[in-house]
Ligand binder design. Structure first.
Ligand code: HEC
Ligand code: HEC
Length: 528
């Protein structure tokens, strides 16, 4: 809510017009009416602010959890969640105060020494939160709170920025990573906050929180393993193989046809698959280095019925968003997929909950309120004649039947090539029987799969990219370039390890437009 200036500070706004004519009086009166209306609205919202009572739901409810995700295409291997009784035994991770991380070249003199003298401080205390704004601000702290801690060596390696391409903020820091002090004298590198993957660092170093992130996470993974390998090759290989299995292995075929050869490759080749993944795309757990999902824009998330490219999780209200955050930051790895437990050291023995950490329900509630509060940055692209003619192209081409305003998605799931919709899905989910023909691997062959792809929202395409569920094309121009269907196409986004050329298939809408029409259509899309 923007601050509305007090009456007493506005005298010049009234004094500007010389008194006299009727028009001026009308003008002044209408300004007055506007201000009165604004202050009325403000008082209303202050009252609703006073009325705001945080109602933190008990997030993990066994019945709701069992029905939350869509089944995998091989339904027998769908995630079986841990039970509430188990989940709530996991200790809560406090949200600590954090500090900026600088590449060694930009690190202020004596910085780490100074941090070593800092006391640990917990900054999230739900007992102190009163208004909705308090909760939202606290939710931002949760969004930026690292959940995994590492040593500082890799990030302070002089080659870190050059070799990973991690983007820097305007103050020279790495805004997506933070130092954490949980014990005085021990400074640790904190990572895997929501903000690490869901913050976009603009070319000028400014940040768009919640937008499609551009932290090159997979390259950072590969960089760290390569450093470890230089010291201890055997250990590095062991860790890399365990992590790859835990993150990507599928349980329905042993050996895993998609990944098994890759698990066993020499380390350099194995890591090349991570290094081939560009910023804006991330091989999230349960997906695949051979079908990594594009990072979504979280701004506008309230308008989306399904979460993830495959529509894996339902989003029926705030508690489902809390569940998504809990599951994807550790809890789904504790459950099992037809007997396969990703977090277990042997992939099959139930993990001791006391060795884990979780968010509190209060933290998740604050986080979800924060995500709902995110607004897009001011759009610099004007609506003009070109974009208006693009709007007509959009309408003529029937884009709106799927990308329906105002959310620019109809929130439906479309079956991928090779998926037969089970009858019981029709009553339960929003399904549209159209195949857009994009690559089916992510949704058919991974633990994030459902057999569907959802219709993505087109809001905010002007500040994001790469596009398509694997981020295979860098720009909208590339998405509407018919050459991408050719076998000798050079994808401008994610290509795949060792892949030189390949087609980016499917979604042929708009590909046959004239150059002028495409220009107009893209200009229109950039105004959204
Ligand atoms: C390591 C990177 C990473 C971290 C950390 C991360 N995410 Fe994500 N997130 C992703 C990727 C990649 C996807 C896309 C997954 C897909 O489409 O299958 C995603 C998807 C989502 C979605 C679904 C959005 C949509 O429109 O489909 C939400 C919501 C989300 N993340 C919220 C969060 C929150 C909240 C946190 C912190 C609690 C978080 N994420 C932490 C990488 C990350
Ligand atoms: C039948 C439904 C349907 C129609 C019609 C349709 N789209 Fe899509 N659109 C989709 C789906 C589904 C995807 C996601 C495909 C994927 O990544 O696998 C998508 C993806 C996109 C993307 C990429 C978004 C991103 O974040 O990666 C853009 C841009 C887009 N569509 C624009 C259009 C335009 C413009 C039109 C009309 C010329 C159109 N679409 C017609 C269903 C449709």
């Amino acid at each position: 809510m923007p601050e509305i200036p007090q009456f007493s500070s506005w005298p010049s706004a009234f004094g500007y017009y010389p008194s006299g004519s009727k028009e001026e009086i009308v003008l002044r009166t209408s300004i007055l009416v506007l201000i009165l209306a604004a202050s009325f609205a403000c008082a209303q919202s202050r009252r609703s602010e006073q009325r705001f009572r945080a109602q933190v739901p008990r997030m993990w409810d066994d019945a709701a959890m069992a029905d939350l995700e869509l089944p995998l295409p091989r339904a027998r291997y769908s995630l079986r969640q841990v039970k509430a009784e188990y989940y709530y035994r996991i200790p809560i991770r406090p949200v600590y105060k954090t500090y900026p991380v600088y590449p060694i070249q930009n690190e202020p003199a004596g910085y780490i020494d100074r941090l070593q003298h800092e006391d640990p401080a917990v900054v999230f205390d739900s007992g102190k939160l009163k208004s909705r704004q308090d909760w939202i601000r606290a939710g931002e702290l949760v969004f930026d709170a690292p959940i995994a801690l590492f040593g500082m060596d890799a990030v302070r390696d002089p080659g870190f920025v050059a070799r990973t391409g991690v983007p820097l903020a305007s103050d020279g820091s790495i805004p997506t990573l933070r130092y954490v002090i949980r014990k005085k004298g021990t400074v640790q590198l904190g990572s895997f906050s929501c903000g690490m993957c869901h913050t976009r660092v603009q070319p000028d170093g400014s940040l768009i929180k919640g937008a499609q992130g551009n932290f090159p996470g997979d390259r950072v993974v590969a960089f760290s393993v390569r450093r470890l390998a230089a010291a201890d090759m055997e250990q590095a290989l062991k860790e890399a193989q365990y992590n790859a299995r835990s993150t990507f292995q599928v349980p329905w075929a042993i050996p895993d046809p998609l990944h098994e050869p890759w698990f066993n490759m020499p380390l350099a080749q194995h890591l090349a698959a991570y290094e081939a993944i560009p910023p804006g795309v991330f091989a999230r757990h349960r997906s695949s280095v051979f079908a990594p999902p594009q990072l979504p824009d979280l701004i506008g998330i309230a308008g989306r019925r399904y979460l993830d490219k495959s529509g894996l999780q339902q989003h029926r209200g705030i508690v489902d968003l809390m569940r998504y955050a809990a599951l994807n930051q550790g809890a789904d790895d504790l459950g099992d997929y037809g007997g396969f437990i990703p977090a277990a050291s042997d992939f099959k023995t139930t993990v001791d909950p006391l060795t884990q950490e979780r968010y509190s329900d209060e933290q998740l509630y604050a986080l979800a309120l924060y995500l709902y509060s995110l607004r897009p940055p001011a759009n610099p692209n004007p609506s003009d004649q070109l974009s208006e003619s693009g709007r007509k192209v959009f309408e003529r081409q029937g884009c709106a039947s799927c990308h329906t305003p105002p959310a620019y998605t109809n929130n439906k799931l479309l079956p991928a090539r090779g998926f037969e919709v089970p009858t019981e899905h029709r009553a339960k989910y929003e399904i549209m029987d159209v195949h857009v023909g994009t690559d089916p691997v992510l949704t058919m062959e991974t633990r994030r799969g459902t057999g569907y792809y959802k219709v993505p929202s087109l809001l905010g395409v002007w500040y994001r990219g790469p596009f398509e569920h694997n981020g295979s094309v860098a720009t909208l121009e590339d998405w509407f370039n018919a050459d991408r269907l050719r076998d000798d196409y050079l994808p401008t986004g994610w290509k795949g390890s060792g892949v030189e050329r390949r087609p980016v298939k499917g979604h042929e809408f708009g590909l046959k437009l004239t150059t002028t029409e495409k220009k107009a259509l893209i200009a229109f899309l950039r105004t959204l």
